[in-house]
Design a protein around this ligand. Structure first.
Ligand code: DC
Length: 428
């Protein structure tokens, strides 16, 4: 078979698979070697990139590939899913609806525990189609959203209430009964083993904070933005007229500084000496000050001690630069999130505009390049990828796609090491 035919076969295969296929699987289906399969995937990826008339992209992650729609077309896709309400539901969607109806109110993690697979995209589609809605949050760390079926669902299925649903043992899911019992005894909290620490490192503008927030909602665990800590200390130094790059002055300042991180409301509050600095830390001056002050050993010691203390108390997602390499080198799951400099600068520019601090793309790119160089070039805890971190380039991915990929990685790790999420992780 020639390359052109193989390429067509690969495209057809990825199209019907929907979920990522590993290079080994592709190689087996196409009777190729694994390296040839990887090279074919690369060619298909480039073909889509070159073709402005294509609405598709190839996603590659950890030795697997899938076909997805271009993030720039999300408006069209959302319009389609929003409008075409009478589309037939897939078996997976029916299954998810049943899990929610029988267990309502249920969290995403509980739905996943019953189905055994990540069901976020299906749940989102059911929400878009008006069959499921959020009805509140669970009062546990991370406050995951609680989901229930809607009146549209009841009407579509000819029910006046979910109490009219047939008894559970008529259903095909043996696990629902078991699951419900377990859920009652565990008071809603222990459905899924949670990873103790998830490290998310990468340069600014790569999308770490948005991704961490969504991941936190999905997994029901808290997230700590470590950059905010360096930013707040940088702002305090500026306010006191201290140079954030002056080690002695910063040492004296830190000796008189109390930092508290309030994560109770999901949205992080970074308090310095009792004052919430959150509103003041996203300016270009704060970014520069953070980059300077974070290069000082005394500041790193101060912040890392606090980060480890918080991470020891509860399951936690931390986003930063050195989480996987230094703060929690034994974290069971590590990601390094990046994107092209231009895309990162565009994202930062849009954040600045939203915060009422408009700038220009050129200025933001220049600032970012200088900060990247300083953050990754420094001797102490340089921003770099841990060897065992999964690298994700988010340039051409939507946030939802990135999060889905990360959840898959987390679940794969969990399957390899059952129970690792609950044990101590051994950092000091
Ligand atoms: O992620 P951010 O842009 O909010 O980070 C602000 C600064 O703090 C950035 O210059 C890098 C630095 N930083 C760090 O050195 N280590 C971390 N764990 C997080 C941020």
């Amino acid at each position: 078979m020639n390359d052109i035919e193989q390429m067509a076969r690969l495209e057809a295969l990825l199209f019907v698979a929907g979920d990522p296929l590993t290079y080994e699987e592709i190689a087996a289906y196409l009777s190729l070697g694994t390296e040839e399969a990887a090279s074919l995937v690369e060619q298909l990826k480039r073909r889509y990139q070159r073709d402005p008339m294509s609405g598709l992209v190839v996603r590659r992650i950890e030795g697997a590939a899938s076909i997805a729609t271009k993030p720039a077309l999300s408006d069209t896709i959302e319009a389609f899913f929003g409008k075409v309400r009478d589309l037939k539901l897939t078996d997976a969607a029916y299954e998810t609806l049943a899990v929610i109806a029988y267990n309502a109110p249920a969290t995403r993690a509980e739905i996943e525990a019953v189905r055994g697979v990540n069901s976020d995209s299906i749940v989102n589609r059911l929400i878009e189609r008006g069959l499921v809605r959020e009805v509140g949050t669970l009062e546990t760390p991370g406050r995951p959203a609680l989901l229930n079926v809607t009146e549209t669902f009841l009407m579509d299925f000819g029910l006046s209430s979910t109490k009219e649903l047939p008894p559970v043992d008529l259903m095909m899911y043996d696990t629902i009964t078991e699951f419900t019992e377990e859920r009652q005894s565990a008071a809603h909290t222990a459905a899924v083993p949670k990873p103790l620490v998830i490290a998310i490192d990468g340069p600014s503008g790569a999308g770490k904070s948005t991704i961490s927030r969504l991941l936190s909602e999905h997994l029901g665990i808290l997230t700590l933005d470590t950059g905010a800590m360096y930013r707040a200390l940088g702002v305090k130094a500026l306010r006191q007229g201290i140079s954030p790059a002056d080690p002695e002055a910063v040492r004296a300042m830190l000796a008189e500084t109390t930092m508290d991180i309030d994560l109770t409301d999901r949205v992080q509050k970074t308090l310095v000496d009792g004052l919430d600095y959150t509103p003041y830390i996203r300016t270009p001056e704060a970014s520069r000050a953070a980059s300077d002050i974070s290069a000082l050993p005394v500041t790193r010691e101060y912040c890392v001690r606090l980060q480890r203390e918080i991470g020891k108390k509860q399951a936690l997602i931390l986003d930063g630069r050195d989480i996987g390499t230094y703060v929690f080198p034994d974290a069971p799951v590590k990601f390094f999130i990046t994107a092209s400099p231009e895309i990162r600068a565009r994202r930062r520019l849009s954040d600045l505009e939203k915060a009422g601090n408009p700038s220009t793309l050129e200025d933001v790119m220049r600032e970012m390049a200088a900060r990247d160089l300083q953050d990754s070039g420094r001797e102490l805890a340089p921003a770099k990828r841990a060897e065992d971190a999964v690298l994700i380039d988010t340039s051409e991915m939507s946030v939802r796609e990135v999060v889905d990929v990360m959840i898959d990685v987390i679940r794969q790790r969990e399957a390899l090491q059952p129970g690792w999420g609950r044990g101590a992780h051994g950092q000091q």
